[in-house]
Design a protein around this ligand. Structure first.
Ligand code: TYM
Length: 332
């Protein structure tokens, strides 16, 4: 059989996906899926690093799976599974915890950001060691490439450090993975403050587009998107709001930023915003319909995640067996 390189990626089932999740990660997965031996995971174990209602977690997990498929992930070609179904993630996570240093984890900017949002006595050890579990996810499958948005770059760096450390200490075991962070769309910004990342935890609902947003909501949010008083559609850092809209449009239409800028030469922001909104609405419509359909077919979703877990389990166990042997655990 022809050897394909491996990709691994995942998302947290923590509510509705944003346009940032979709353009920064999911859309790239869809592009790459056939070229690689692909593993896509719903990382429910990561989601519980902050408090979650069990019934919400259950619903969000299935919704995220439906979202993956509705966005174009082909469950017949890739391995699509739920993290907690493959216990090797927790097991390798523990081993890697034992070669990861407190100091390096306390430098993680996502930990600092997320822990600011929690009461100080509610910051869990799980939130702190989150990147180690993420390293386990990736290294179990000997992934060559990890397609993510810009905000995960630091987590990929620590994954590489942990893998190299293990290989040095116990001999070559893990493939050192590379991040795949696309040039455009790797950081979709807030529509209300284009200097910060689009995130659904933002208290201002106008700052993010959700995959589930209906056309009127999408139009309203883009109309209110913060731009500037320059009034010329151009692609530069002095106009971060316009730049963000161009990035969104570019990622959806496949046109380059330059092409977009020349198409709007002499036109104002109003027309441009309307066109961006329309492109987003057209992109989301079939996805929304497919999500609704899939969520009415839970048996189908179940079949997919059970088959995915079986396939993932085989690859993951193979790596875990090697790891256990190398560190000196007695095989049973
Ligand atoms: P999560 O669930 O926060 O986000 C999922 C993916 O969406 C990307 N993303 C964005 N991209 C562009 N612009 C934005 N505004 C934006 N917001 C989010 C993220 O970069 C990510 O790719 N730690 C991961 C989940 C994870 C994982 C893994 C990823 C766990 N194990 C192993 C890769 C490999 C996370 O919290 O993503």
């Amino acid at each position: 059989m022809e050897y394909k390189k491996v990709i691994f990626s995942g998302m947290q089932p923590s509510g509705f996906l944003t346009l940032g999740n979709y353009l920064g990660a999911l859309k790239n997965w869809v592009k790459l899926q056939n070229e690689y031996d692909s593993y896509f995971c719903v990382v429910d174990m990561h989601a519980i690093t902050v408090p979650k209602e069990p019934k919400d977690l259950r619903r969000n997990t299935l919704e995220l799976l439906a979202n993956y498929i509705a966005s174009g992930i082909n469950p017949d070609e890739v391995t699509l599974f739920i993290q907690s179904h493959v216990s090797a993630h927790a097991e390798l996570g523990w081993v890697l915890n034992c070669i990861t240093y407190n100091g390096e984890l306390s430098r993680m900017t996502q930990f600092k950001d997320k822990s600011k949002k929690q009461e100080s006595n509610a910051i869990t050890a799980g939130l702190f060691t989150y990147p180690v579990l993420m390293a386990a996810d990736i290294l179990l499958y000997q992934a060559d490439l990890v397609p993510v948005g810009e905000d995960q770059r630091q987590h990929l760096e620590i994954t590489r450090d942990i893998a190299a450390r293990f290989n040095n200490r116990y001999s070559d075991t893990f493939k050192i993975p590379d991040p795949f962070i696309a040039k455009e769309g790797a950081k979709i910004m807030s529509l209300q403050d284009p200097t910060s990342k689009m995130s659904k935890s933002d208290s201002n609902e106008n700052s993010f587009i959700l995959i589930k947003d209906d056309p009127d909501t999408v139009i309203r949010k883009f109309k209110r998107a913060v731009t500037d008083s320059i009034g010329v559609v151009s692609y530069n850092d002095e106009q971060p709001g316009v730049k963000n809209l161009i990035n969104i449009y570019s990622k959806i239409s496949g046109k380059t930023p330059d092409e977009i800028v020349s198409a709007y030469d002499g036109k104002g922001y109003a027309q441009f915003k309307e066109d961006v909104a329309e492109a987003v609405i057209n992109e989301l419509k079939p996805i929304q319909e497919k999500i609704d359909y899939l969520l009415k077919n839970k048996d189908y979703l179940e079949k997919i995640y059970l088959a995915g877990a079986q396939k993932a389990e085989i690859a993951a166990r193979k790596t875990l067996r090697k790891v256990y042997k190398k560190i000196g655990f007695i095989p049973k």
